[in-house]
Design a protein around this ligand. Structure first.
Ligand code: OAD
Length: 236
């Protein structure tokens, strides 16, 4: 059994696996996005420079899919929201996901380190705006009226967002939970080394590249294993 006492600072890292049962493909599993698209074609600043239409269409398609009526938060997202609202200490979700399923489930303290699909950013004035429609090469920024919009997504070769804040939270964490992430992409894959005092738990359908660094890996689908684990925490 895990030695988890009364905790005051819980940090949860989520990845594509938590949204898989909501109908959003992961990146590296069979049929994952990176099996059907090349990262260098759609997810780098160079790709955007070379073929903006291809990159914009890729994210337009993903935005449209996220907004489809069948895409909804699942039991894992709802369990994390319940934890945040029941637990007397601080609960922070650091997510690599660009969907809005944590927020739609009711989580409020969510840090998006890889950006958000439902936001655009202007390359000219840098203002970030909410967006539901497609971004086209001709789309005008509402603020500076330049044709300089891009998805508010962190591409390979760019700095993820809020990393200093994440390191502060991790440093003070006494429980770190990683859910549905392969541990292949840094800096998120290295967060486990930034929480020296935390009990570290992983929830995943399979072993990952960093499973050996956790105190415990709970194996199974997030929609089942996350609510079970959260119930256990709330009862402590
Ligand atoms: P990956 O696709 O690399 O990994 C998904 C993980 O979720 C795998 O370890 C699966 O075993 C696990 N998984 C799949 N279905 C699951 C389920 N139902 N329940 C629990 N676990 C499940 O996705 P990430 O680790 O999120 O970055 O990828 C990290 C980053 O790489 C992404 O944010 C994205 C990508 O390139 C950018 O685009 C910048």
């Amino acid at each position: 059994m895990l030695n988890i006492g009364l905790k005051s600072n819980i940090v949860i890292l989520t990845g594509a696996g938590i949204s898989q049962e909501s109908g959003i493909n992961t990146f590296r599993d069979q049929n994952g996005l990176w099996h059907n698209y090349k990262i260098e074609d759609v997810a780098t600043p160079e790709a955007f420079q070379k073929n903006p239409k291809l990159v914009l269409d890729f994210y337009n398609e993903r935005r449209k899919h996220l907004l489809a009526p069948e895409i909804k938060p699942n039991a894992a997202h709802f369990a994390l929201a319940r934890l945040e609202h029941t637990f007397r200490g601080l609960v922070t979700i650091i997510t690599q996901n660009v969907d809005n399923l944590h927020e739609r489930a009711g989580s409020e303290n969510v840090i998006h380190i890889h950006g958000e699909l439902l936001k655009s950013r202007c390359n000219h004035c840098q203002i970030v705006s909410s967006i539901k429609d497609n971004i086209e090469a001709e789309s005008l920024c509402q603020h500076c009226h330049q044709k300089s919009l891009r998805p508010h997504i962190v591409w390979f070769g760019e700095e993820p967002h809020y990393i200093d804040r994440c390191h502060q939270l991790l440093d003070a964490a006494d429980l770190f939970i990683a859910i549905g992430t392969s541990g292949m992409v840094y800096p998120a894959a290295g967060f486990i080394r930034h929480c020296p005092d935390a009990t570290k738990v992983e929830i995943n359908t399979e072993e990952t590249a960093i499973s050996h660094l956790f105190h415990k890996t709970i194996m199974g689908p997030a929609s089942m294993k996350v609510p079970e684990f959260i119930d256990f925490l709330i009862d402590l």
